[in-house]
Design a protein around this ligand. Structure first.
Ligand code: ZN
Ligand code: ZN
Length: 184
């Protein structure tokens, strides 16, 4: 910007300003400028950004939940099988891949619609889908611990691996669906 060129807010043409929206480059006054992590944006750009971000429709939540739950039920069944071999260490390899695959399928099912609650719904679906397998292995194991003491702890291993699976697969799926890291 040179001295000879004074900028005026495009919303308030009588207000001189030195700020520009960092997306559309139009001058905006301090009152209109909205501070974002990447710099100042004008209200119009913020609005259009939100529209792009939130494209989910109501049945997306249903299909995302069911798809994630079914995928996770299959994956947790696989985890259950794998957990009986090599101390279950293969789960560490399996879980992130399974999460990415589930995330990919969910992404197709929701037609690349986007919204943060939708991503979280898919995550909740994955937890819900893994619950039957988790309960199946943890209930007898817990009873074993209560009645048999230490011997029962070995029985807890598959249950622990199911939890490990969830902690690895859900963030992997979330990243896949949203293109963001969990919490980002
Ligand atoms: Zn703008
Ligand atoms: Zn203004």
């Amino acid at each position: 910007m040179t001295d000879s060129e004074t900028l005026y807010c495009y919303i308030h043409p009588n207000r001189p300003t030195t700020l520009r929206c960092n997306r559309c480059e139009r001058p905006i006054c301090a009152q209109d400028a909205i501070r974002t992590p990447t710099g100042y944006r004008c209200p119009e750009c913020i609005r259009s950004q939100q529209k792009v971000f939130d494209t989910a429709v109501w049945y997306d939540y249903l299909t995302a939940f069911i798809t994630a739950a079914v995928g996770s039920a299959l994956a947790s069944g696989l985890v259950l099988l794998v957990s009986y071999f090599f101390f279950g260490l293969l789960v560490l390899l399996l879980a992130p891949g399974a999460g990415a695959v589930i995330g990919n399928i969910v992404l197709r099912v929701i037609g690349h619609h986007r919204s943060r609650p939708l991503f979280l719904t898919a995550g909740v679906g994955m937890v819900a889908g893994a619950l039957p397998a988790l309960l199946l292995v943890s209930l007898p194991a817990l009873l074993g611990v209560l009645s048999g003491g230490f011997a029962g702890f070995a029985g807890l291993l598959p249950a622990i691996w199911e939890v490990v699976y969830l902690f690895m697969a859900v963030p992997a799926a979330y990243t896949q669906i949203s293109g963001l890291r969990l919490g980002g």
